[in-house]
Design a protein around this ligand. Structure first.
Ligand code: SF4
Length: 311
């Protein structure tokens, strides 16, 4: 039994005029203690995938598919059952930009207490809060401070500690290092590595493959709402199969080789009007006639690739 198994997950956002299909038929799995990095361009569905895992898509909804968490189909649970037993207790999320939404008029401790009240926690508040703050290597003196008294790195650690408060087994981290300077980025990456060593599984959502390679054993590459390639990080970095994966790896500048980074021409398709066939067709250097048909999910050594080249 996999720790997490996502099968054929689709989600959309409805507006008064149209629906935006942000997630289409996404599948992947993780064994216990494994972490996954989800990479891709902006608006490719990475955040929607993370939000789907905690069943919290503001303005959107899951259309179909299943998520098995330790064998339990968590999409079939009632909202109250999921909230009581899973959200924040077993699955938590570090939201993108959350450090900027700490409430400026409350101390850090008050904000931890608020989370415990929201989740109807009945145990010793102080012990849990001190454990969470220690787990991100901060001194307990931060609890008396207000957000404006902390540096960006400290605020990000607080946001991570808030996600860890009820000791979840699986944490979704949405761009946890974006907008931080490189030194603070390194601190946060080291912190995530430490949490991973303690047995936690992480879904790291990032556009930065270098950061993903530091943390995750598995990678999912998203393009236009689809997970077009999934597998072991080592396989994908060594031998990327999907032309989009190849394109993003070739776009990373390197100091070692005298090679100019390439860029992928064109723009992603409009997800309000998803085309039939391969969604990468307009930008793909290998496009063929049969790519006008939806590509199959073809098995690779450690996962799958959605591309007719490997049929
Ligand atoms: Fe390119 Fe065709 Fe593969 Fe799509 S299915 S990525 S168009 S080769």
């Amino acid at each position: 039994m996999s720790f997490i198994k996502v099968e054929n997950l689709s989600a959309k956002y409805d507006t008064s005029k149209r629906s935006v299909h942000a997630l289409d038929d996404v599948s992947f799995f993780l064994e216990s203690g494994e972490s996954v990095g989800i990479a891709g361009e902006s608006a490719c569905g990475k955040t929607t995938l993370g939000l789907s895992m905690i069943r919290m898509i503001p303005g959107g909804k899951i259309e179909s598919g299943s998520i098995l968490f330790e064998g339990k189909p968590i999409l079939d649970l009632s909202e109250s059952e999921f909230d009581k037993n899973y959200r924040w207790k077993k699955i938590a999320m570090i939201f993108q930009g959350a450090m900027n939404s700490l409430d400026p008029v409350f101390t850090i401790k008050d904000q931890f207490v608020e989370i415990l009240k929201q989740h109807h926690y009945k145990g010793d508040f102080d012990k849990l809060i001190l454990d969470a703050v220690a787990s991100v290597s901060l001194d307990e003196s931060v609890l008396k401070k207000y957000p404006h008294e902390l540096s960006g790195g400290m605020k990000q650690r607080i946001v991570i500690a808030m996600a860890l408060l009820l000791k979840p087994k699986f944490v979704i981290a949405d761009e946890p290092t974006t907008a931080l300077d490189v030194l603070v980025q390194a601190q946060i990456i080291n912190l995530l590595k430490k949490l991973k060593k303690s047995g936690m599984s992480i879904m790291l959502i990032s556009h930065d493959l270098a950061i993903i390679s530091e943390i995750a054993e598995k990678i999912g590459i998203m393009y236009a709402g689809q997970l077009v390639e999934f597998g072991k990080s080592s396989d994908i970095f060594k031998n990327p199969k999907h032309p989009y994966t190849q394109g993003i790896l070739e776009s990373i500048p390197t100091l070692r080789e005298n090679k100019k980074p390439k860029f992928i021409k064109g723009i992603p398709p409009n997800l309000a009007e998803p085309q039939s066939g391969c969604r990468f067709i307009e930008r793909c250097p290998h496009a063929m006639e049969k790519c006008k048909k939806e590509p199959p999910k073809l098995k690779t050594d450690s996962g799958y690739v959605m591309c007719w080249l490997y049929e």
